[in-house]
Write a protein of this length. Structure first.
Length: 508
């Protein structure tokens, strides 16, 4: 009788003692969600390349200087992701190009005037500024020395060199004004074509891994790397005049402030800003040059590294913590059901296993078009929650299934109800396995949460993406090292919980 009473107390204390830890994590989330949704009146998005980052910073700066609260969600992805975010209200404004709007967004197979573009955009509740003053068209580039050696001056000249390896951004590979129609237009024979990140493509070009890549005509790296732009002799590429797209519902004072940027940037100046961003690894300082202020000005200094690290880490913990809480809330009951076997149990384990096999980036992409999700924190949390299910479901099920038959029979012989047997005996006995699954899920979530930055959800993925764009290992490590340390701390924390929560007789 005494042992039974102690077992009951141990079971109750085990299960009840878990609650405060997860409630503590959960309590941080509402603050985070409120901050994410209402801290800034205007939310600016940008694509994942230097110029878009810089233009996003300029828009942020001009709005803040006008007394309008604004935030910049950097490097959210490609055209379609930003367009969906704008239409869905997750962002209010982002920099775009007229050729991209006509070809990729409006799906037009002919050149459109600015007025035609405006009329078409208005049907989606979106408006466009006048051009900022420069045309950033697509181009194909090669190393100057190699182009001169092979006698390649125009895109047509590539027809004579089918052996050349071409590396293109993934977006350019799929665009209506991208590789496939370009290849047809010029009858290019090259078949050795790979998809590669925009910034990494320059490194591949420099070390000879590829011979040709796509670029933007205002890329600072073209001059820095002594590259030559191949002449578009068939005039395949349309004009890509830089503009800002914004929601018609945006406050009128914000729209008026944004329009002050119209016609204020020529190509030479934009190249200079891009070069400054890549030289200093600081988009804010580059944007400062637009306002004709030195890099050392107070407003251009932005956040210090400790401040940014604290912001990245807090958001990372909130994303991983809330998704882990959801995984625990749903994973343990599903694991209990799965432990009983049968078709339902196999189905639960099968579903969790299939989700785990989907690449995290693909899972984010699958959730974005769905109602309620879109480009938002919700999408990142949902993806992390689904990713964290399998370890908890599987460990809960296996922990319960490993309970000796003799112990089960003894519990039944004592006349305990099924709920009492589960709560007072089975779960405490399986607690070590369950907590091990939660620990595995937590470590997975901390690592996978870096991908949340791809949809503007923040976290330690921000400096990693920025570093990839700038090809700067130091910036990459600013996110990678804290993420790795955070994973180790989470593992250490759960190892400590093992000693606190697991009944002494069940410890190894």
């Amino acid at each position: 009788m005494n042992r039974t009473r102690k077992g009951k107390q141990s079971g109750r204390s085990l299960l009840v003692s878990w609650v405060p830890y997860f409630l503590l994590i959960f309590s941080c989330v509402p603050v985070f969600l409120v901050h994410s949704s209402s801290a800034a009146e205007i939310t600016i998005g940008s694509k994942k390349f230097t110029e878009s980052y810089v233009l996003g910073e300029i828009a942020k700066r001009v709005l803040i200087d006008a007394g309008i609260p604004a935030e910049h969600r950097q490097g959210m992805g490609g055209t379609i992701i930003l367009w969906q975010a704008l239409r869905g209200g997750q962002i209010d404004v982002y920099p775009e190009y007229t050729g991209t709007i006509a070809q990729e967004i409006l799906k037009s197979d002919r050149a459109l005037s600015l007025d035609q573009i405006r009329d078409s955009l208005a049907k989606f509740g979106v408006a466009m500024t006048e051009p900022l003053g420069f045309n950033n068209t697509y181009a194909l580039v090669m190393r100057r020395s190699e182009a001169q050696q092979l006698g390649v001056r125009t895109i047509s000249d590539l027809q004579k060199h089918p052996e050349l390896k071409i590396g293109l951004t993934h977006e350019f590979l799929d665009r209506q004004d991208g590789w496939r129609p370009l290849r047809e237009c010029y009858a290019l024979p090259q078949r050795n074509v790979i998809g590669i990140d925009h910034a990494l493509g320059y490194s591949a070009l420099a070390n000879g891994s590829i011979n040709v890549k796509d670029a933007y005509s205002t890329d600072a790296k073209i001059e820095q790397n002594d590259l030559v732009v191949l002449e578009d002799d068939f005039q395949f590429f349309p004009k890509y005049e830089a503009v800002f797209l914004f929601r018609l519902s945006m406050p009128t004072n914000a729209i008026a402030t944004l329009r002050r940027l119209e016609g204020t940037l020529d190509e030479k100046r934009m190249v200079r800003l891009n070069a400054e961003a890549e030289r200093t690894k600081n988009y804010t300082r580059a944007a400062d040059l637009y306002f004709e202020r030195g890099a050392g000005s107070a407003s251009g200094a932005g956040e210090s590294f400790p401040q940014k690290l604290a912001r990245w880490t807090l958001r990372h913990l909130q994303l991983a913590g809330f998704s882990l809480l959801l995984s625990v809330i749903f994973g343990i009951p599903l694991g209990i059901i799965a432990s009983r076997g049968g078709a339902i149990g196999q189905g639960i384990l099968g579903f969790a296993s299939v989700v785990q096999t989907i690449p995290a980036l693909a899972l984010l992409a699958l959730l974005v078009p769905l109602p309620f999700f879109g480009i938002s924190v919700r999408t990142a949390i949902a993806a992390l929650f689904l990713y964290g299910l399998l370890p908890i479901v599987r460990n809960t099920a296996s922990g319960l299934q490993d309970i000796p038959r003799s112990l089960r029979e003894s519990a039944i012989a004592l006349g305990l109800s099924p709920i009492t047997r589960l709560w007072e005996i089975y779960l405490p006995m399986a607690s070590r396995s369950i907590l091990s699954g939660i620990k595995t899920s937590a470590v997975i979530n901390v690592g996978t949460a870096t991908l949340a930055a791809l949809i503007g959800a923040g976290g330690l993925g921000e400096p990693i993406l920025s570093g990839l764009n700038l090809n700067d290992h130091v910036t990459i490590l600013q996110g990678a090292i804290p993420a790795a340390l955070l994973a180790l701390l989470v593992q250490w924390f759960f190892d400590l919980l093992d000693r606190v929560l697991i009944p002494k007789g069940l410890r190894i």
